[in-house]
Design a protein around this ligand. Structure first.
Ligand SMILES: Nc1nc2c([nH]c(=O)n2[C@@H]2O[C@H](COP(=O)(O)OP(=O)(O)OP(=O)(O)O)[C@@H](O)[C@H]2O)c(=O)[nH]1
Ligand SMILES: [Mg+2]
Length: 352
């Protein structure tokens, strides 16, 4: 059934009392915990399923998964749900983000309650290896989708930021004009783009404002045919003026920001729990967390190490790029410690 045709409203009609009572509809007393699997192929395509008829939000598309049962960890729930719903055995996965979402009650035009208000805490996992071919064992339709160009819908409303997060590639390159010089930098950038680099940050604190704008313009022009995203480490207005995919805020700019700007992606540099909490409150699109290892860029800062990194990002709601002394081979370990990906200023330009 197509739910989009129902003309649903999230509020009861003015003056009408919902047939099943507003107490049942509006009050959220407990939080439902669920484990959700982003089953992802090497080419980035993810598996979506349509919620079956008879379930709340039937007809909406979601990632496979379901409720965490008592005495079960979210990871155990993930494995069980994916076996029950898809018939696959999950063999390798990373815990990714944890987000809470409050669904408002929905009523039809006569005021009858369709789905009650509900709070969910979703534990997302990226599933990278599994046995068997996924089959819709609950009569749900399945579809492999490019998260940036969905051809099915509507998606469950909680999942919009999840799709944005999935549009951020796991390898994030930071410009290094100072050490490489212009000729080598642009040569390596072109090579990297041809080899699949999709996320670039222009970060050149030593350039004048005017030179930074010119440099960023050039990087954006080169990245465009590859649909690679360029984030500029500057103020929001300058990034908007450049028509960059996003802005990357320093920790200082982050802590001064009160509301997330609209119209571009927004990421920020974090180094501690307070900065992570502020980025979460603003619902930014991603953060970097550094320095994980000791790094040439910040020789006097003590590295966090993977254990502290892991503690800081456990249960966090935004995608986190590990930064600081990262090598390309750190991507896998970074993901096992809860990172979305890794950001690099040096190794990425040499190894591609
Ligand atoms: N599986 C799944 N659930 C999601 C997603 N996004 C989201 O808000 N949810 C919410 O998380 C909860 C998970 O529930 P589910 O309906 O899949 O649970 P389940 O498989 O255990 O179903 P059952 O209770 O009918 O046996 C629901 O409240 C659902 O609305 C998503 O992408 N995938
Ligand atoms: Mg389910």
């Amino acid at each position: 059934m197509s739910t989009s045709a129902l003309n649903l409203s999230t509020k009861g009609p003015a003056g009408a009392s919902p047939a099943e009572g507003s107490a049942a509809g509006d009050s959220v007393t407990k939080v439902t915990e669920a484990a959700v699997g982003i089953v992802q192929r090497d080419n980035g395509m993810v598996l979506l399923g349509e919620r079956p008829v008879g379930k709340p939000w039937e007809g909406y598309w979601e990632f496979p998964g379901g409720k965490v049962e008592p005495n079960e960890t979210p990871a155990q729930a993930l494995k069980r749900e994916l076996q029950e719903e898809l018939g696959i055995i999950v063999t390798r996965f990373h815990s990714w983000m944890t987000r809470t979402y409050e669904y408002e009650a929905r009523y039809d035009q006569s005021g009858k309650l369709i789905t009650p208000a509900k709070a969910v805490k979703l534990h997302f996992f990226i599933v990278v290896e599994w046995q068997g071919d996924p089959v819709g064992l609950e009569d749900q339709q399945l579809s492999w989708q490019n998260p940036e160009k969905l051809t099915v819908g509507p998606m469950l409303p909680a999942n919009t930021p999840i799709l944005t997060a999935l549009s951020l590639a796991p390898v994030y390159a930071i410009s290094n004009l100072k050490e490489m010089g212009e000729v080598q930098f642009f040569e390596r950038l072109k090579m990297a783009l041809e080899n699949g680099l999709m996320m670039i940050q222009v970060r050149e604190p030593d350039l004048s404002k005017q030179d930074l704008m010119l440099f960023a313009e050039h990087v954006i022009a080169l990245a465009k045919p590859f649909e690679a995203k360029v984030f500029v480490n500057t103020d929001v207005e300058s990034a908007q003026q450049l028509n960059a995919a996003g802005v990357h805020l320093s920790a200082q700019r982050l802590m001064q920001l009160k509301v997330k700007p609209e119209g571009l992606l927004v990421g920020a540099s974090c180094h501690n729990a307070a900065e992570l909490a502020h980025a979460k409150m603003l619902a930014l699109d991603y953060v970097t967390l550094s320095p994980v290892k000791s790094t040439l860029s910040h020789p006097n800062t003590a590295p966090l190490g993977w254990a502290t990194f892991n503690q800081l990002v456990a249960g966090y709601s935004l995608p986190v790029f590990a930064l600081g002394g990262m090598l390309r081979e750190d991507l896998d370990p970074a993901r096992t410690y809860g990172a979305h990906g890794i950001a690099m200023q040096r190794d990425v330009w040499g190894a591609l």
